[in-house]
Design a protein around this ligand. Structure first.
Ligand SMILES: N[C@@H](CCC(=O)N[C@@H](CS)C(=O)NCC(=O)O)C(=O)O
Length: 301
């Protein structure tokens, strides 16, 4: 989950609040934001611009040599790791075994598996472009910052290995089979609670870390256009109901539906481009009507 960094004094933190380095669309960041919201733990947010490769900047590599978000900086007190992990529940779910990046990129590369993706076109293009560009960026960083060479080298090896997997259709199918098994277990678990009179989450009355992991995972499947494969009225109805219930939570909205202003703008531009033919058509129609009315009035004079 999150890399937790403890310091007693930092320039970017006042020492009392948690400082979270994260990105809105990052799966692992969403889980931590979700957990912090559920625990009512105030935190300061520092967005790491993954689309600009800020995670490979030397200052961030020094913070987390893996060059990944999220990172949670705790100025004074230690955070109980069970904010993020509940081992028994995790065993039940096995969700953390799903290689989310491979699934996400795999779906972008093999779109035939998806239907009704919620990812705007510009994000899909951006993710594909970033995936290829990051090699040269890391190589440049390696030359520029030789003291961090070993971290950059490790990162390159990891992403090269991931790249091969992501291009392989069979690897994607393997991941999807694993998800089927997990969601079958989840449906069985949810069915076992269905006779209870009180509202139940995955492992009981309380919304736990297991629920956070499951909810963020379901959100990712939904956004990628994979939901139809696993839930709906005709399949895993308890899971479908569970997802609808989760989507009403404020913590879910904050963790999973927050979009940066820049992305909002890009989305507006995409919508404008898509609707351009209709817009032009409407303007032409309205102008023609206006001229028609003027002409008609003239004729009647
Ligand atoms: N095991 C890590 C995984 C974190 C991770 O994979 N983060 C992704 C975003 S979801 C990332 O920062 N990717 C940027 C990169 O690898 O360049 C955790 O649980 O925090």
């Amino acid at each position: 989950m999150a890399t937790i960094v403890g310091t007693s004094n930092t320039s970017s933190n006042d020492g009392n609040t948690l400082l979270l380095y994260h990105h809105e669309q990052s799966f692992y960041s969403q889980k931590v934001v979700f957990a912090l919201m559920e625990k009512h733990l105030p935190f300061k947010s520092h967005i790491i611009q993954l689309p600009k490769f800020e995670q490979y900047e030397p200052w961030f590599i020094r913070l987390n040599p893996k060059g990944e978000v999220p990172v949670l900086r705790d100025g004074v007190k230690a955070i109980h790791r069970d904010c993020f992990q509940k081992r028994a529940a995790m065993r039940l779910l096995k969700i953390d075994e799903i290689p989310i990046e491979d699934l996400t990129i795999g779906c972008l590369l093999h779109q035939e598996f998806t239907h009704d993706t919620k990812l705007p076109k510009f994000i899909r293009h951006r993710m594909k472009a970033l995936r290829t560009r990051r090699f040269s960026i890391i190589q440049e960083m390696m030359v520029q910052y030789p003291d961090l060479r070993e971290h950059y080298e490790r990162k390159l090896t990891i992403i090269q290995d991931k790249r091969r997997k992501q291009e392989n259709r069979d690897e994607l199918l393997k991941i999807m089979n694993k998800i089927t098994q997990i969601l079958d277990d989840v449906e069985t678990e949810l069915i076992s609670h269905s006779t209870e009179e009180i509202e139940m989450w995955l492992t009981g009355e309380r919304f736990t870390a297991a629920d956070i992991c499951l909810s963020v995972m379901l959100h990712r499947l939904f956004v990628l256009g994979l939901a139809f494969r696993w839930w709906g009225e005709d399949r895993r109805p308890h899971l479908a109901k569970y997802f609808e219930k989760t989507r009403r939570l404020e913590s879910y909205k904050r963790a999973c539906l927050t979009v940066s202003n820049y992305d909002k703008l890009m989305y507006a531009v995409e919508m404008l481009k898509q609707n351009m033919p209709y817009l032009v058509g409407t303007v032409v129609l309205v102008t023609a009507l206006a001229f028609g009315v003027v002409f008609y009035k003239k004729l009647r004079k």
